[in-house]
Design a protein around this ligand. Structure first.
Ligand SMILES: [Zn+2]
Length: 831
């Protein structure tokens, strides 16, 4: 029990990311930089709302030039955005963006934090944001991060004084940061946190203005910036051969799901900071003024500084291990520090430097990437000292505990020591999962019940080996997560995290099932084995007045990873209803109800997400005519699947397939969201498409943003896309043309159909259009003028052209009946 305790303590204290997978092997220049950072005792926390809000030039500057501990607190994980690289949306997109931020920080040298706030989508001002976020709870998370990270300086990306000029989350992040600056030092604020952390008083709070607050780069050039601190951030680092901006660009380019590939610059450039709170500056650009960032900052620090400043001076790029005796002396002194905060941080930094200087390579590798509770894995460990410094390996401790046949061993210079042991994962061991997704989230916030987990960026991995190392007679424990690695014929050595998975997982084929009448339909459930030789039965739970048959289906699977496909017939209740269908697998009277999603992209580590194995089932009255639909994909959405659900024949048409001959066989052409932003070929194919409309086809174009349109001729008649949107999903919808066919055939649309919409009504509505267009709907957010461009219908030749900014791409996967009914009418308009 004591052992377990030791590990958990360690995991919560060491929130630095990056050591869970491929071992770091810094070169001499990198080690030297780590020593410079070791000798700087100051911290900066950058605060904003989303992945991509952070100014990587400034983060890199503070981390690599100033050598400060530099953190980025992103209030959200960016779950509400669109995904440019794959189908993941919502929480799964949040998982991808989390990893992108972690990878970005590995490049710019920062650390990453989050709050529990969920990125629920766009809001126009902070009041709207705080209607959905529990302000006090998110404030408590910002205070927690400040108390835990103890920044000397806090920098806001956004201006707290200009609500309504940017995304409401942005202004909210600044408002919360301003409030937290004072609350962090107030022991009456969030006192339950003080069990784990102390109050903290940051020295200064800044705002980091940028040209976009001034309207244009030219206006910013001309603006009076004499009141600001000015930092020349165009440093060139010979140790890495890169300019600060080049490092910042590499970091920013990690945001692949947002398409933020970025090109670095070279040469002098400036960043500006406006002091908002805290001690005024005598020397305006010395933002750390009055903060002792040397070892003298700490009681007992002077003696440590004496050793470590000398070690920095004595560093020998040809033989980094020559300073190890001094580093060991410093390590011992650091263990005696009273200040637990710096003791933990500097111990860990110094341990990494000692390992790097001695070429000490410690690793523990499992023979499996996935393991189920109660099963065995073989772990191969390796320890090698690639210096002449005397090092002993005195013991191995593991979590979970296992018995290892081990004798202390001298790690002789450049002689490899490897061995194996078996480890059993206990029955009650927690499955690997993003900790913030373990509980169902409430609107606007992830549910995290453990204060100490709050804000941690990554999955908490607890399966580890601690190598008890003795260097120069001093015991230093080094903990390494057990990882999985294999050799790929093309990529070479591939590292993956070790995941604890359920014995069996189940996946219902679709997220939403729509029932247009009382007929039953087949629902496919795939059971996937997490282990060899499993036997059991699968059930589908439906609401009490729905019917399912058979009651259960037995299965047996021989090999881990293999699946078994079960088909149930489900019939809806007589009345209109919507509900959840749940898949439940029983093996030896144990129930398993998780669905496992793997996320695999080359720029991040493999991710596994466990969610309840459920699907939404909706019984509604919807009429469709059997139209054939050609779908041209945009920036990724699940609409084609939903259309198939509705009973349409749907074919995905690649841009190069667009031709009159190919499309003549269809009734309706639909373009995916932002197709005219991301599909370049549409610039050349647009005439063909519009000509097809003229000949009698229906074309439905979903929202595009106004920047980077591939063609100006997006519609047969002039239309002007704007930034108009209706973010209040419950905003009243008024019918401008209630008699129009699209409102009546084959489904009679009423205000009922606009109830239960999720996240927003729509976005990037046109605000000007030709007289040939008929506007159908009008709505607006509180306090705004009516927005009438949500749905525009035009007759063109013998056909119909429809432009819509309504968020069908969100509503259909969420199973919103009204969205289905309206879409069915749009599809049927030429019928
Ligand atoms: Zn943002």
């Amino acid at each position: 029990m004591q052992k377990l305790h030791f590990f958990i303590l360690l995991f919560f204290l060491l929130f630095k990311t990056g050591w869970a997978q491929r071992p770091l092997q810094p070169n001499a220049a990198e080690i030297y930089h780590q020593i410079q950072k070791l000798n700087f005792l100051g911290s900066v926390l950058y605060v904003a709302a989303h992945p991509d809000d952070e100014n990587t030039r400034l983060i890199s500057y503070f981390s690599n030039y100033t050598n400060a501990r530099t953190g980025y607190l992103s209030l959200t994980r960016g779950d509400g955005g669109q995904n440019l690289i794959g189908p993941e949306m919502r929480e799964l997109l949040g998982v991808i963006r989390t990893q992108e931020l972690i990878e970005a920080r590995k490049i710019d040298g920062g650390e990453q934090f989050f709050t529990r706030a969920n990125d629920f989508g766009f809001s126009k001002n902070p009041e709207e944001t705080f209607q959905i976020w529990d302000k006090n709870e998110i404030l408590s998370d910002v205070v927690w991060t400040i108390r835990k990270f103890q920044p000397d300086i806090i920098i806001n990306r956004f201006d707290h004084r200009t609500p309504g000029t940017t995304h409401g989350h942005h202004t909210a992040s600044a408002l919360l940061s301003v409030e937290a600056f004072d609350k962090a030092m107030d022991d009456t604020a969030f006192p339950s946190q003080l069990k784990y952390v102390s109050v903290w008083k940051p020295k200064r709070l800044f705002f980091n203005p940028s040209w976009f607050f001034f309207g244009s780069k030219e206006k910013f050039e001309k603006a009076d910036k004499s009141g600001y601190s000015q930092l020349q951030i165009g440093t060139f680092y010979p140790s890495s051969g890169k300019s600060n901006q080049e490092i910042a660009a590499l970091s920013r380019s990690k945001h692949q799901s947002q398409g933020f590939g970025s090109t670095g610059a070279r040469g002098e450039e400036y960043e500006y900071l406006e002091l908002l709170k805290g001690e005024s500056l005598k020397e305006k650009n010395a933002v750390f003024e009055g903060i002792d960032t040397s070892w003298n900052r700490l009681e007992g620090g002077e003696a440590i500084g004496k050793i470590l400043y000398q070690a920095e001076q004595d560093f020998d790029f040809k033989n980094p291990s020559s300073i190890v005796p001094d580093l060991i002396k410093a390590y011992e002194l650091i263990q005696k520090l009273k200040d637990n905060h710096w003791k933990t941080i500097k111990s860990e930094e110094l341990k990494n430097i000692i390992a790097a200087c001695t070429g000490l390579y410690l690793e523990a590798v499992s023979d499996k990437q996935e393991i189920t509770p109660e099963s065995l894995m073989n772990v191969k460990w390796e320890a090698i000292n690639r210096s002449t410094v005397p090092i002993k390996l005195n013991g191995l401790l593991t979590n979970p505990e296992s018995t290892i046949d081990f004798k202390p061993v001298d790690l002789k210079s450049n002689i490899s020591n490897t061995s194996n042991f078996e480890m059993k994962i206990p029955e009650d061991f927690e499955y690997t999962n993003a900790y913030w997704l373990n509980e169902a989230n409430e609107n606007g916030m992830y549910c995290v019940n453990d204060q100490q987990k709050t804000g941690l960026p990554d999955i908490i991995r607890k399966i580890a080996v601690t190598f008890n190392i003795e260097i120069n007679g001093v015991n230093i424990p080094f903990t390494r997560n057990i990882v999985y690695k294999y050799n790929d014929d093309v990529k070479g050595e591939v590292y993956q995290p070790l995941d604890v998975v359920p014995l069996v997982t189940a996946a219902i084929a679709e997220k939403v099932y729509t029932f247009n009448n009382n007929d039953d339909r087949g629902i496919n459930v795939e059971v996937i084995a997490g282990k060899d030789n499993i036997k059991g039965s699968i059930k589908l739970e439906v609401p009490y007045n729905w019917k399912v048959s058979p009651n259960e289906i037995p299965f047996s699977i021989e090999k881990k990873g293999q699946d078994f496909s079960a088909v149930f017939k489900v019939a809806p209740s007589e009345e209109i209803s919507e509900s959840l269908i749940k898949a439940k697998v029983t093996i030896d009277s144990q129930t398993y109800d998780k669905d496992k999603t793997d996320i695999n992209y080359p720029h991040i580590y493999k991710q596994m997400v466990l969610k309840p194995a459920t699907a939404k089932a909706i019984h509604f009255k919807i009429k469709t005519k059997n139209e054939r639909i050609a779908y041209i994909k945009g920036a990724g959405d699940e609409m084609p699947k939903c259309l198939q659900q509705m009973g349409y024949f749907v074919e995905i048409i690649n841009p190069e397939q667009i031709s009159t001959k190919k499309l003549m066989g269809f009734d309706v052409i639909i373009t995916g969201i932002r197709a005219y932003n991301v599909v370049n070929a549409l610039a050349f194919k647009q005439d063909i498409l519009l000509d097809l409309v003229k000949k009698g086809k229906t074309m439905i174009v979903q929202y595009n943003t106004l920047d980077d349109l591939v063609t100006k001729k997006i519609a047969p008649y002039p239309i002007k896309i704007s930034r108009d949107r209706v973010t209040e999903e419950q905003a009243e919808v008024r019918f401008l043309n209630p008699k129009h066919k699209v409102m009546n055939y084959p489904n009679k649309i009423t205000t009922e159909d606009f109830k239960g919409w999720k996240q927003e009504q729509g976005l990037y509505y046109p605000n000007e259009w030709d007289a040939n267009f008929t506007p159908i709907l009008s709505a607006n957010d509180k306090g705004e003028s009516p927005k009438n461009g949500a749905l525009l219908v035009a007759k063109y030749g013998k056909g119909h052209y429809i432009y819509t900014g309504l968020s069908f791409f969100r509503e259909l996967p969420e199973g919103v009946p009204g969205a289905y009914r309206l879409l069915a009418n749009m599809i049927a308009i030429g019928n």
